[in-house]
Unconditional design. Structure first.
Length: 144
């Protein structure tokens, strides 16, 4: 795991690229049934506990909005995690890693079912969007 001090430059770069990331994601109308996973922290860090709770709930609501981009989306809320601990806490990082590995396998299976290969594909627009899993419990929006 990286040292907490090393996370600060990464956080600055992430904050600086937020506008571009939101523009790119916002330009995607639909991914059809392409598998998508949204990973979110459970907590928000703020000295004021009431503000932290409100921001955490706001963040989860915003993240849930991305589920609509695909009819095959999932949402992982990492319990007790804040944004930084998703990378700096061993258990939180493992949950993120497990979710990413599962998504890669799901995408490969999806591509095979379409008769496509995941190798040598042209560059795709990347997005961090995407049934809702908190721990192992599904809580996503119903799909008709």
């Amino acid at each position: 795991m990286s040292q907490p001090g090393a996370l600060i430059p990464t956080s600055v770069k992430e904050a600086q690229s937020l506008g571009d990331s939101l523009t790119q994601v916002g330009a995607v109308d639909s991914l059809g049934n392409m598998p998508v996973t949204v990973i979110s922290s459970d907590k928000w860090v703020d000295p004021d506990a009431a503000i932290a709770a409100k921001r955490a709930e706001w963040n989860k609501r915003q993240q849930r909005n991305w589920l609509a981009i695909s009819t095959n989306s999932s949402f992982l809320i990492v319990p007790w995690a804040d944004h930084m601990s998703l990378l700096s806490n061993k258990e939180h990082a493992a949950a993120v890693t497990d979710s990413i590995v599962k998504m890669v396998k799901t995408v490969k299976e999806h591509m095979r079912s379409l008769g496509r290969t995941t190798r040598h594909q042209s560059p795709r627009r990347q997005s961090s969007v995407g049934s809702c899993l908190t721990a192992q419990r599904s809580c996503g929006p119903s799909r008709s």
